[in-house]
Design a protein around this ligand. Structure first.
Ligand code: ADP
Ligand code: MG
Length: 672
């Protein structure tokens, strides 16, 4: 009968068998006895001797003091700080005592203070293996946890889930031997290596964990190949018409990505693909071309973005591109209410009327229905949760729509090969022509007045600038105040310039008016909160000042900076920091100063933050890796992927055993 007092329950594990993967933090060596003469203060040792003398020392608290003598006749004093009467009674002259603890230099020579000890029969055998010390909880003492784990190691199914031939080819030790070694290493094992979680046994365990991840993701991917979707063949040739009408030709990278997507869409199985490309790499027109493939096949497309501003910009572009082709684009956000909303919903449900919907979360409201949804596009996918992405996909009546996710924060290779192994990825790996490099400088806020003074000169020469205001503790209200104050301050300091203000609380029309004036060159300096992080496109703006840059993350800084360097002018980005600034913040600023490569920046981001945050939304159903580290263990990722494919092909029972061992909660939910 399972009880709350079961060790595995106390540790939060579902089954007793899961204890085999609960591994020691470190080890204690009880396999040897140290002769008293060799004891050194500060060292932890095991000793044994015959009790020769015992006394109780009275004080604030009574202590029990006894002496033991080893085979060579040397004596050691042992002090128990507290004890029960029956313990004292058992310690009689002549018994053999074995103790484990730290030796200290006392007033009268060496002594051991309050060690773990046992009274035992003379010449009782010593253990042959090191004693594991496990991570535990207060209510669960080590000895009980050790017993429970030892019982599992004897009783649980430790049969190997790797076929023998594969295991040998990979040069990995057997599973059962690996676990025994990790829990109960032999006396001569290299404990330093074990505690660093290195060596062959750890390699096997980490490999198995990565293999489980690969198995579950590859299986999810294979599952989709059995699901049905409509093939998008663009019989009306809308895509070529759209491309011909664009004012530019696709770059080679854009064209390649479009082809990869087109190939997916042409099959009767739902696409599940990520289009990644740095800020400004031109994802929007590739997304529009994909939308054209759907509409040209007689189906609808829905395009969702995480913020009102970003969604609006997408909407404007889509409307400009599609309206001349006779395709209606519908706008849907939470700001669209009443009659306008009913009309939009009716048009989408009708399907003949509206073929494309662009919007925010408003697209996934319950009452939004599509007549024939063929394609779903999610921009800045990592800002949405799994549920939200799935919800939009669920809007299709019968067959699943194809799913294209877009991100300006590239997924580093190791992450793509591990957590995202179920995802097909297309990368726009070069920028459109005509971009100029950005010089980035980091400076303290002591130089702020100097920067303001220089603005005058810069704008007199025809330049335009963004001034991005501090992000204060995630509070929109304070953000707003800082932006308004800065706007007042700069306006007063530079009366000859026109200074605009943009923030999240402006009405859509006001925001649009400010942005239009900035784009038209009527405003010299745009003071803004981080609302301009995404999507804003003003090629003449070539200077960006970011205040309190030390508070921003790498991805955000990179996105913000991506607003400049879009025109012919050489561009500059000034990162202003205030004290106190921590070590990691300093490192972040240095990374942004030294690199403009989104991939490289994303790699640093992963290194500084670990995969947890990046995966936040995605991982709602699946735990992070416990043992393997995708950076340090990167060389294992590919072999684990190959092994998973081989097992799925040829060894279904091994797959079942392996997943049961590693992902007992059932299949991880990783379909979005
Ligand atoms: P992002 O990938 O950040 O969403 P956008 O799609 O907004 O980038 O494109 C950034 C800018 O580059 C836009 O002004 C867009 O019109 C322009 N652009 C996109 N593709 C090309 C191209 N092939 N040639 C020239 N300009 C392009
Ligand atoms: Mg974009």
């Amino acid at each position: 009968m399972a009880s709350e007092k079961d060790p595995h329950r106390q540790l939060g594990l579902a089954r007793a068998a899961d204890l085999i993967l609960h591994l020691p933090l470190r080890f204690e060596d009880e396999t040897r006895l140290t002769p008293f003469l060799q004891l050194r203060p500060g060292e932890v040792n095991q000793v044994e001797g015959v009790l020769t003398h015992k006394e109780q020392q009275r004080g604030a608290r009574t202590q029990l003091l006894f002496e033991i003598e080893d085979a060579s006749g040397h004596r050691l004093r042992i002090r128990l700080l507290h004890f029960r009467p029956n313990q004292a009674a058992a310690l009689t002259p002549g018994v053999t005592v074995r103790a484990f603890g730290e030796v200290r230099a006392g007033l009268f020579g060496m002594e051991m203070v309050h060690p773990r000890y046992r009274v035992l029969r003379p010449s009782s055998p010593l253990p042959k293996t090191l004693t594991p010390v496990y991570p535990s909880v207060a209510a669960l003492p080590q000895y009980r946890l050790r017993q429970a784990i030892e019982a599992e190691l004897k009783g649980a199914d430790l049969s190997d889930s790797l076929p023998e031939e594969l295991r040998q080819r990979l040069g990995l030790p057997e599973f059962a031997a690996t676990l025994r070694f990790l829990h109960q290493p032999p006396a001569n094992a290299d404990t330093a290596l074990l505690e660093l979680r290195q060596g062959p046994a750890w390699a096997r365990l980490k490999f198995d964990e990565l293999l489980a991840q690969q198995l579950s993701l590859q299986r999810a991917r294979a599952c989709r190949q059995h699901q049905h979707a409509l093939a998008l063949t663009d019989s009306e040739a809308l895509c070529p018409r759209l491309l011909a009408a664009l004012p530019f030709a696709l770059t080679a990278a854009q064209a390649r990505c479009l082809e990869e997507i087109r190939a997916d869409l042409a099959t009767p199985h739902p696409m599940h693909r990520l289009l990644q490309g740095d800020v400004g790499s031109g994802k929007t027109c590739v997304a529009a071309a994909c939308t054209a493939l759907a509409v040209g096949s007689g189906l609808q497309a829905a395009v969702m973005a995480p913020t009102e501003l970003l969604a609006e910009q997408l909407y404007q572009k889509f409307r400009d591109w599609f309206t001349p082709l006779g395709v209606e684009v519908i706008w849907l956000s939470s700001a669209v209410r009443g009659k306008a909303r009913s009309a939009a919903l009716a048009a989408l449900a009708e399907g003949r009327v509206a073929q494309i919907a662009v919007g925010t979360h408003a697209l996934i409201q319950e009452d939004v229905a599509f007549a024939r949804l063929g394609l779903v596009i999610v921009d800045e996918q990592h800002r949405f949760g799994v549920e939200q992405r799935l919800a939009l996909r669920g809007k299709a009546e019968t067959t699943l729509p194809h799913l294209l996710m877009m991100s300006a924060t590239p997924i580093p290779r190791t992450l793509a090969m591990s957590y995202y192994a179920d995802l097909a990825i297309s990368s726009i790996d070069s920028l459109p022509p005509g971009r100029s490099p950005i010089e980035t400088r980091v400076m303290s806020d002591a130089r702020r007045p100097e920067v303001i003074a220089r603005l005058a000169e810069f704008c007199a020469g025809g330049g335009q600038a963004y001034w991005v205001c501090p992000l204060i503790e995630e509070s929109e209200k304070l953000d707003l105040k800082a932006a308004i104050d800065t706007h007042t301050e700069i306006s007063a300091a530079l009366p000859q310039l026109r200074i605009g203000l943009a923030h999240g609380k402006l009405k859509a029309t006001e925001k649009a008016a400010v942005m239009a004036a900035f784009k038209a060159g009527e405003i010299h300096v745009l003071v803004a909160t981080t609302v301009i992080e995404v999507g804003v496109d003003v090629p003449n703006a070539s200077l960006m000042v970011i205040e309190h840059a030390e508070r921003m993350g790498l991805a955000q800084l990179h996105q913000l900076r991506g607003r400049v360097g879009r025109g012919a002018r050489a561009s500059t980005c000034l990162l202003i920091y205030s004290h106190p600034i921590g070590q990691i913040a300093r490192e972040r600023l240095a990374i942004i100063r030294d690199s403009q490569d989104g991939f490289e920046i994303a790699r640093h981001d992963l290194r500084l933050r670990g995969p947890g945050e990046r995966l936040g939304a995605r991982q709602s159903g699946q735990q992070l890796l416990r043992f393997a580290d995708i950076e340090a263990d990167a060389p294992m990722l590919e072999p684990a992927g190959h092994a998973a494919a081989e097992l799925l092909r040829n060894h279904p029972d091994a797959v079942a055993r392996h997943l049961d061992r590693w992902l007992p909660g059932g299949e991880a939910r990783l379909y979005a």
